[in-house]
Design a protein around this ligand. Structure first.
Ligand code: PLP
Length: 222
């Protein structure tokens, strides 16, 4: 782990940018080390791994789900998850709503947009997202609370391209805000920026950076 990096990152972050410490594949001991330094927001990308860590760790941790979510896995995280960053279809949102209702909760969610060049990455394009927003059943989903957008940039050294993709994500945020969430004060979040690109993300308006390997060290698998 790189505690010095964590501490200097915390100090340098603008006040409106939240750090999600991405602990996927890392042991609970490492999470506790960061917890003892005051970190409370952690991100995971596998539902069962998240459920197990939630069971073993202090209950005041805010767990963010950041990976691709299959509908049959929602049940593992619905009772406690603080935010789901990766809503990429109406069907998924409706299923999250169902499990949130079952648990007597309202689950904060972000809409994931596909802004990268890689086809393997997930997320809405603008047309798909508008289709969802205009679906007559959308407003009946009372147990999900849409707080903003999320995106991942292309894995590349081309910083101009990365900046353009984060800018695109910010544009989607503005479009949604103006057209569908103008009256909603809590529609504020732009989740973007990882270990290799977070400084650009912050310049392009990120409000949540998701940092894993720079804090916890390299992972053996994704
Ligand atoms: C793994 C992961 C991260 C963190 O990546 P690092 O490059 O290790 O900082 C951020 N966001 C998502 C969606 C991830 O899956």
């Amino acid at each position: 782990m790189d505690i010095a990096f964590y501490q200097s990152l915390k100090q340098s972050l603008p006040e409106n940018v939240k750090l999600v410490a991405v602990s996927k594949t890392k042991p609970v001991e490492d999470i506790m080390t960061l917890y003892n330094l005051g970190q409370r927001v952690f991100g995971e990308n596998k539902a069962q791994e998240l459920q197990q860590k939630h069971e073993q760790l202090p209950k005041d941790i805010e767990w963010h789900f950041i990976g691709h979510l299959q509908t049959n896995k929602i049940k593992y995280i619905a009772p406690f998850v603080s935010m789901i960053h990766s809503i990429d279809s109406f069907n998924l949102l409706a299923e999250v709503n169902k499990f949130a209702l079952k648990n007597g909760r309202i689950i904060p969610c972000l809409l994931q947009f596909h802004v990268a060049a890689e086809e393997t990455k997930f997320g809405f394009n603008w047309e798909e997202c508008e289709e969802m927003m205009q679906n007559p059943s959308f407003s009946s989903l009372q147990n999900v609370d849409i707080r903003g957008v999320m995106g991942m940039a292309t894995l590349t050294d081309d910083t101009t391209q990365i900046r353009r993709e984060f800018h695109q994500l910010h544009d989607y945020f503005n479009l949604l805000k103006n057209k569908y969430f103008a009256d909603k004060k809590s529609f504020t979040e732009i989740s973007c920026g990882m270990t290799d690109d977070y400084p650009i993300a912050i310049e392009e308006g990120s409000t949540m950076i998701r940092i894993g390997s720079a804090i916890f060290g390299k992972r053996n698998y994704q």
